[in-house]
Design a protein around this ligand. Structure first.
Ligand SMILES: Nc1ncnc2c1ncn2[C@@H]1O[C@H](COP(=O)(O)OP(=O)(O)OP(=O)(O)O)[C@@H](O)[C@H]1O
Length: 312
């Protein structure tokens, strides 16, 4: 369990985290989302005791990080790519980390195997690809067999096989009853991995809870209706507050009416339906909607267009 209570972190003028409170429960994967600069990495650094809060507290399994007797056994983290001596083999890097935390050699070999680095464990870490470095970072996080695993952008640099591997790994860690807290900008990946979400923007909490609720709360995307009598159905449904657009021949996108009403009206008029499906917002659409006002670094196509005009 991770508990963040009224946490604020200021860097000079910049309030990176602003009165943030949330809890991350064990047994599920919790995604940590927010636009660039929202304060995710800062929050994770404070949880790991790498940065001091300006105010507020963080509890890791009920204690502050400094109070943990064997931190690596309580919480394992992959934050930004770890500074690893480039000349040092991965095996020796993990071995010294293990030794300084009273962890045996057997566990080092286990985690190397778990992250798929057995064949290259004796090679210098300096020659590792981004994906291999990421796997080594995850091996370090898992070394103490921790009850909490916290990973900042773990799929960064991983190929599709690596992405699938991390997805399964995180789910199985959560399935073992661990607390798994993971940030990512890849919404499609988050939608597959996470059950709960914490969403922040400009250092403040925007949403917390099950991913399904988060998507359901986002505005409805309308209803997709397929009918061999689409023109007649369209005329029947149109009315105040209802929009009907022809998505493709024989398919209508209806907003302003729920699927039950559409089905009832079609039945009453004797019109045949081949499909009647509510269109749920994707996680990405829900995220964009929620964070629209909290995005700090907007890239506008307008700016590009202006630049293009002035360069002409
Ligand atoms: N050491 C620091 N000194 C000054 N400002 C900092 C420092 N660390 C972070 N910040 C600022 O705090 C804000 C939050 O940064 P943070 O890296 O926590 O955001 P993030 O959500 O992790 O962003 P991203 O998704 O881009 O990684 C940013 O405006 C950043 O510039």
């Amino acid at each position: 369990m991770i508990e963040v209570n009224d946490l604020s972190k200021r860097y000079g003028e910049k309030l990176a985290v602003d009165s943030l409170s949330f809890a991350v429960r064990p047994g599920v994967v919790t995604g940590f989302l927010g636009p660039n600069g929202a304060g995710k990495s800062t929050t994770m650094r404070v949880i790991m005791g790498l940065d001091r809060p300006t105010s507020g507290q963080v509890r890791v399994n009920g204690r502050s990080y400094a109070q943990l007797k064997a931190p690596l056994r309580e919480i394992g983290a992959l934050l930004e790519a770890k500074a690893i001596h480039p000349g040092r083999p991965a095996y020796h890097h993990l071995l010294s980390l293990a030794a300084s935390n009273g962890i045996g050699k057997g566990r080092v070999l286990d985690v190397i195997d778990m992250v798929g680095l057995s064949e290259v464990a004796r090679k210098r870490a300096g020659g590792f690809s981004l994906g291999m470095g990421q796997r080594l970072g995850i091996a370090s996080a898992l070394l103490g067999d921790p009850r909490i695993v916290m990973l900042d952008e773990p799929v960064n640099g991983l190929d599709p096989e690596g992405v699938l591997w991390i997805r399964n790994l995180l789910k199985s860690l959560a399935g073992q009853g661990r607390t798994v807290f993971v940030s990512s900008h890849l919404m499609s990946e988050m939608a597959l991995i996470a059950e709960d979400l914490i969403v922040i923007g400009r250092g403040r909490l925007l949403a917390a809870g099950p991913i399904a609720d988060f998507i359901a709360r986002a505005s409805s995307r309308g209803v997709r209706v397929r009918s061999p009598q689409a023109a007649g159905l369209r005329a029947l449904l149109l009315g105040e507050g209802v929009t009907v657009t022809n998505a493709e021949p024989g398919v209508l996108e209806v907003t302003g009416l729920d699927p039950a009403r559409i089905g009832e009206r079609a039945a009453a008029a004797g019109l045949v339906l081949h499909e009647l499906s509510p269109r749920e917002a994707s996680l990405e659409e829900a995220f964009m909607e929620l964070t629209r006002d909290a995005v700090e670094y907007h890239a506008t196509t307008d700016a590009l267009a202006t630049a293009g005009r002035t360069n002409r």
